[in-house]
Design a protein around this ligand. Structure first.
Ligand code: NAD
Length: 332
């Protein structure tokens, strides 16, 4: 994965290329990992109160500003325009036509024309400075994810970003710390978490059963006591009964949306959490943990595939029961 130099994320600020980043990590030279790491791989410092299970004030309308409206950003704009209780108030991109295209999409649905920000690569800072925004949604190339999320939170807005949230472990920590200090969410939009059956997992447990499901190599399911012993059944036979309630609820609304509907579901869930003031499905610690794999993979490869510990971005908070919000909401 390329590390670019034209942003203020840690790697690029120092003008390091990918190989140098990996070498520094491998040598433990402190260029990126400036904090001590305990034997378990967790950073030893503590900062503000945790964002685990963070509740905020409910809001009737979620006012969103978009930064980056290329392929994926425009697709998100289209999704949010279909969700009740959303206003798109600002659009930022370095390409004029893309700003205009997104503005037109908003106007076409009867909403007021959002303000355009197109004065270059740091114009998102003016957008983040607005007082009438609740959420800044970033769909730029990777090197801008950290600067945009940081600017959003420092200006009192929740941040959501396309994948990955950050490219270095140090930048993951940076976003965790800003989120904790500002009490603003920083959400990584990992759409694959909202697919059903869940992709990229070989086998996973089906809640309330002694059963397993998998998507690859073929969608199959086995439920102890129902399936014939040692025989996988086609998933379709059980979907009606075991499909995730959120997916069932949103299946029709998500039809035709990006990545088989997953993009709509993650956008809908973000608005639902923010409008109800509930914890988000993917909190800053989830995003940091999933993004840390970028740097850790490079360092592991440099060491011939040696396993590396993931930092515990929750600093032990994961050990206390964290309600699974996506299930709790279904019962509410
Ligand atoms: N989750 C998924 O399945 C998925 C799929 C595709 C892309 N993505 C992610 O979405 C992001 C965008 O990808 P894309 O395919 O839409 O790329 P894209 O090139 O189509 O869009 C990026 C947009 O950001 C704009 N931009 C660049 N720098 C900017 C800045 N400083 N300020 C404002 N705007 C800026 C570009 O002009 C462009 O319009 C990437 O992070 C990518 O990894 C995720």
């Amino acid at each position: 994965m390329p590390f670019r130099r034209d942003s203020d994320s840690t790697a690029s600020m120092r003008g390091l290329n990918r190989r140098e980043v990996i070498r520094l990590g491998a040598l433990g030279a402190g260029g990126l990992m400036i904090r001590p790491i305990s034997a378990t791989g967790s950073m030893t410092h503590r900062t503000e109160a945790t964002m685990l299970d963070f509740h905020d004030r409910p809001m009737d309308v979620v006012r969103i500003g978009f930064v980056g409206v290329g392929l994926q950003g425009t697709s998100h704009v289209e999704n949010f325009l279909k969700i009740d209780g959303v206003e798109i108030v600002a659009i930022c991109d370095i390409v004029d036509d893309r700003v205009a295209r997104a503005q037109q999409l908003v106007v076409d649905t009867g909403q007021k024309k959002p303000k355009g920000y197109r004065r270059g690569p740091r114009d998102f800072e003016r957008l983040c400075d607005r007082s009438d925004l609740d959420l800044v949604f970033c769909s730029t190339p990777w090197e801008w994810h950290v600067p945009v999320c940081a600017a959003a939170m420092e200006n009192g807005k929740h941040a959501a970003t396309e994948v990955p949230m950050a490219l270095t472990v140090e930048d993951c920590w940076r976003l965790v710390e800003i989120s904790e200090r500002t009490r603003r969410h920083c959400v990584m939009m990992e759409n694959c978490n909202t697919s059903s059956p869940r992709p990229y997992s070989r086998d996973y447990l089906i809640q309330g059963t002694r059963g397993l499901a998998r998507k690859y190599p073929e969608p199959r399911i086995y439920i102890e006591g129902r399936s014939d012993p040692h025989r996988w059944d086609p998933v379709e036979e059980y979907l009606e009964e075991y499909d995730h309630p959120v997916w069932r609820r949103l299946e029709a609304a998500s039809a035709g949306a990006g990545h088989g509907g997953m993009d709509f579901i993650e956008d809908f869930r973000l608005v639902e959490s923010l409008s109800k003031g509930r914890p988000v499905d993917m909190d800053v610690y989830d995003g940091a943990m999933m993004s840390a794999v970028v740097e850790l993979s490079g360092r592991s490869i440099e060491k011939g595939g040696e396993p590396l510990a993931f930092p515990d971005f929750t600093r032990g908070g994961w050990k206390s029961a964290r309600p699974l919000e996506i299930m709790r909401n279904e019962r509410a």
